[in-house]
Design a protein around this ligand. Sequence first.
Ligand code: NAD
Length: 262
Amino acid sequence: MGRLEGKNSIITGAAGGIGLETSILFAQNGANVLMSDINAVQLDKAVAKVKQFAPNSKVEGFVCDVSKEDQVEEMVKKTDAWGGLDVIFNNAGIMHAKDDDAVNTPEAIWDLTQNINVKGVWFGCKHAVLAFRRHNKKKASVINTASVVALVGSATPQLAYTASKGAVLALTRELAIVHAREGFRFNNLCPAPLNTPLLQDWLGDDKAKRHRREVHFPTGRFGEAIEQAHMVVFLASDDASFVTGQEMIVDGGMTKAYVTPE
Ligand code: NAD
């Protein structure tokens, strides 16, 4: 038996990075997975990859822009025919190259970032709650991807992104309290900088930019998406039945470090 046997699950931002690794682990642990992403081409490839790693699992793709409520509603309703949603991982997010400090961040980038990173998570939570109630679920799990930048300040600013992840932390915590008696758990995943395209494409070959970040890791390396996925499996599973409203920090000790080893 897998740890998520028979759990009907949605993963947003499933075409890459954390979302794809989590989809694979979910499927291998017996979950039925609706993989969702805005990028249809990448999503098709990702669904094929998950089927390759978990050939006996039920896995489907669904193209959805999480900043559009009608699309999120349709995505969640897709799992009605499966017996109702049990788990949603609201993971889709962007970090825009033009995101900067208070002076230089363009307003359009601020709005775009909040629309996807905050409103998208809210829509996912809203329609998940409606689905849990529709199917009379007595236990369900929502995991929202925030970031360590919601917890510690950074001298390499991405103000819109940081503000958006702080909002995810706060709204998740509140929903955990509001819905606790219904059996719906809400937790945050706070990843440190990772080896995923979101960050690595942006760092490119710039060694100085890379070193500026790597030096803060006690472990001396960026994290891997799979290391986040293991935490998400735990939070989704009944093993985490008394874990709600938490910030689960998967960062190799980064946010606890002062001087790191040479
Ligand atoms: P990624 O870029 O590999 O994956 C993000 C996915 O979200 C992509 O497949 C993209 O197509 C999708 N997406 C973007 N806009 C969307 C929209 N409007 N609707 C639906 N899907 C959309 O990045 P990742 O590193 O796997 O990031 C996943 C989450 O983790 C994000 O919320 C990100 O902010 C967060 N995070 C990442 C890091 C890191 O270093 N990679 C660190 C902390 C937090």
